[in-house]
Design a binder for this molecule. Structure first.
Ligand SMILES: Nc1ncnc2c1ncn2[C@@H]1O[C@H](COP(=O)(O)OP(=O)(O)OP(=O)(O)O)[C@@H](O)[C@H]1O
Ligand SMILES: Nc1nc2c(ncn2[C@@H]2O[C@H](COP(=O)(O)O)[C@@H](O)[C@H]2O)c(=O)[nH]1
Length: 205
């Protein structure tokens, strides 16, 4: 029986998802962060197996064919996907599994594992502030930044599909809110658990 729960975090590139997960990591108890596979090239300082599993397009497409992904999507011109096996194992161990995935990925996870999923959309207060932060991060070329800002205008429209919205004005305040959301996510029960509880409750009355 599956015992864990899922917390999906989405938001435009540069919203602060990684920053907030890292800032909250000591306060949210034991969790498993799902390391995605991508065909994007590593940024300076990124490590294979820590930030992402960096693979070729051919290798990614083989994994698609083999059914190895829980979800995958093309985002900003590259493939990104969540491997099913480690997620299943973490859920079976009763862990909270945290995903940093885009809005398409969130829809696919919802379609497959809605009953154990909680989600939050993170965004800076304005598009202008997003642009400032993406430029200040200095990890991407100008053409990549322009593409991500353009895509953010579409991504923000999915905000209503999420359980929670976290406006990342200051890291401190956004992290506090994320910690509360993570605690709520842990409490999400699977439909199977609910059925068992009702059965047990009725029999014992
Ligand atoms: N509240 C904040 N105020 C100012 N700068 C911030 C804030 N939150 C994050 N940042 C900065 O904004 C940049 C983007 O943050 P981060 O890399 O965490 O975004 P992300 O959502 O994980 O992006 P991506 O989806 O591209 O991986 C970083 O340089 C980070 O230090
Ligand atoms: N659908 C998925 N989206 C993913 C996954 N891993 C990351 N992402 C999203 O991609 C963008 C860009 O990330 P970056 O590291 O290149 O800046 C960002 O919105 C992530 O949330 C995934 O496995 N599936």
């Amino acid at each position: 029986m599956q015992k864990g729960a899922i917390l999906v975090l989405s938001g435009p590139s540069g919203a602060g998802k990684s920053t907030i997960i890292n800032a909250a990591s000591d306060e949210i108890g034991e969790y498993y962060f799902s390391i995605s596979t991508t065909t994007r090239a590593p940024r300076v300082g990124e490590e294979d197996g820590k930030d992402y599993f960096f693979v070729s397009k051919e290798s990614f497409e083989e994994d698609i064919k083999a059914g190895n992904f829980l979800e995958y999507a093309e985002v900003h011109g590259n493939y990104y996907g969540t491997s099913l096996k480690p997620v299943r194992e973490a859920l079976d161990e009763g862990k909270l599994v945290i995903f940093d995935i885009d809005v398409q990925g969130h829809r696919l996870v919802r379609a497959k594992m809605n009953d154990i999923t909680t989600s939050a959309f993170i965004t800076p207060p304005t598009l202008k502030e997003l642009e400032t932060r993406l430029r200040a991060r200095s990890t991407d070329d100008e053409s990549v930044i322009v593409k991500r800002i353009e895509n953010a205008k579409g991504e923000i429209k999915a905000v209503g599909e999420y359980d929670f919205t976290i406006i990342n004005d200051t890291v401190e305040e956004a992290t506090k809110r994320f910690v509360i959301v993570a605690k709520a996510a842990r409490l999400k029960q699977s439909a199977e658990d609910e059925e068992k509880f009702v059965e047990h409750w009725l029999v014992n009355n």
